[in-house]
Write a protein that binds this ligand. Structure first.
Ligand code: HEC
Ligand SMILES: [Cu+2]
Length: 345
């Protein structure tokens, strides 16, 4: 048993040490009011836990040393029962600690439950294994990477189209389940520009761990450009024969499931909105960098690289055709917007 648990710990530490992805889920990032409350609570709870640990292990150590068997003492030491004073003390102190922690928790919960005034509402819908975003007040849609303006409160209304998911951008706010047929809500105000790592936090199928996302927080000015760009989006006319070929293949093979705004054929919602896919920093719902290295295998064999993906494989596509399609989907972008290179949280 002991050896087993040592092995588990060593493997765990090794796994952490060798972890390729340096972005870790960090609930203590104090960049939103929500997480500052969580951090404050954690510190208080840790202080009390440390105090209890010191007192209990101290008393135990003292007792073991003081009352150990000395020399050739024989038999049981004198026995006694009950000590009212001691029992009252060890009942009252833990009760006081629990009441203090209850008060602090209630205070934080009330602070975090207050819905902000003047917030923007975004509807988040979970699908196996990706996320869709609708900015209801603005009448625009995007997928997988949620773009938000800095210092503006946002209310996230969440639901799911299949099983229960949970939307969790750890450095911004706590997790919230996305449940079919029900709307759940979260709210927060991002205070720092940057790219925030997000993860589905409710086991939802084969690619649950690969159901990630990003929240990209930009200046108000950049956000306005993004909104204008999405509203006015028209796919660019193919600039060369490769792009023309890509567009043609896309309309034949892919338009049945995806939306590309401004096209008649691609207006479907089985998969993510690809209207501004060229501006995405990731492919596969936050999984890989959005480069040909990952995009081309994705297009040819999505379930092969992301088990359980509802996007079918296209084994009939030649390498050249897959490259042409990749070039086309990457050409779908709002010019003058670049979300790469922001600080990462
Ligand atoms: C049967 C519906 C369907 C068809 C056909 C389809 N897709 Fe998809 N596509 C999806 C789904 C569903 C996802 C989300 C998969 C996931 O992340 O789990 C997706 C995801 C994607 C993504 C990643 C988007 C992101 O933000 O990460 C790209 C790019 C993409 N598809 C391109 C294509 C191309 C190109 C074709 C044609 C060769 C195509 N799709 C055909 C359903 C489809
Ligand atoms: Cu999920």
């Amino acid at each position: 048993m002991l050896r087993g648990s040592i092995v588990v710990w060593v493997l765990l530490l090794l796994g952490l040490a060798l972890g390729q992805d340096t972005r870790v889920v960090n609930i203590l990032d104090p960049s939103t009011a929500y997480n500052r409350e969580v951090t404050r609570l954690l510190i208080w709870v840790s202080v009390f836990a440390a105090l209890i640990f010191i007192v209990v292990t101290g008393a135990l150590t003292y007792t073991v040393i003081k009352f150990r068997r000395r020399g050739n003492e024989q038999g049981e030491p004198p026995q006694f029962h009950g000590n009212d004073r001691l029992e009252i003390i060890w009942t009252v102190i833990p009760t006081v600690i629990v009441v203090i922690i209850f008060g602090l928790t209630a205070q934080s919960m009330i602070a975090n439950a207050r819905f902000p005034a003047g917030a923007m509402t975004v509807k988040v819908t979970g699908y196996q294994f990706w996320w869709d975003y609708e900015y209801q007040d603005l009448g625009i849609r995007t997928s997988n990477e949620l773009i938000l303006p800095v210092n503006k409160p946002v209310i996230v209304e969440m639901t799911s189209e299949d099983v229960i998911h949970s939307w969790w951008p750890a450095s911004l706010v706590g997790k919230q389940d996305a449940i079919p047929g029900i709307t759940t809500r979260l709210h927060f105000t991002p205070e720092k520009e940057g790219t925030y790592y997000g993860q589905c936090a409710e086991l939802c199928g084969a690619s649950h761990s690969r159901m990630r996302f990003r929240v990209i927080v930009v200046s108000q000015e950049q956000f306005d450009r993004f909104v204008e760009g999405v509203k006015a989006f028209q796919p660019p006319a193919p600039a060369d024969p490769t792009l023309a070929r890509g567009q043609q293949l896309f309309n034949q093979q892919c338009a049945a499931c995806h939306t590309v705004q401004g096209t008649a054929s691609a207006s479907n919602r089985v998969g993510p909105d690809l209207s501004n896919f060229g501006n995405r920093t990731t492919v596969g719902a936050g999984l890989w960098e959005n480069t040909d290295t990952y995009l081309i295998p994705w297009i040819k064999n999505s379930p092969g690289v992301k088990p359980g993906s509802k996007m079918p494989a296209f084994p009939q596509l030649s390498d050249e055709d897959a490259r042409a399609i990749a070039a086309y989907v990457k050409s779908l972008k709002i010019e003058g917007l670049d979300f790469e290179g922001l600080p990462q949280f």
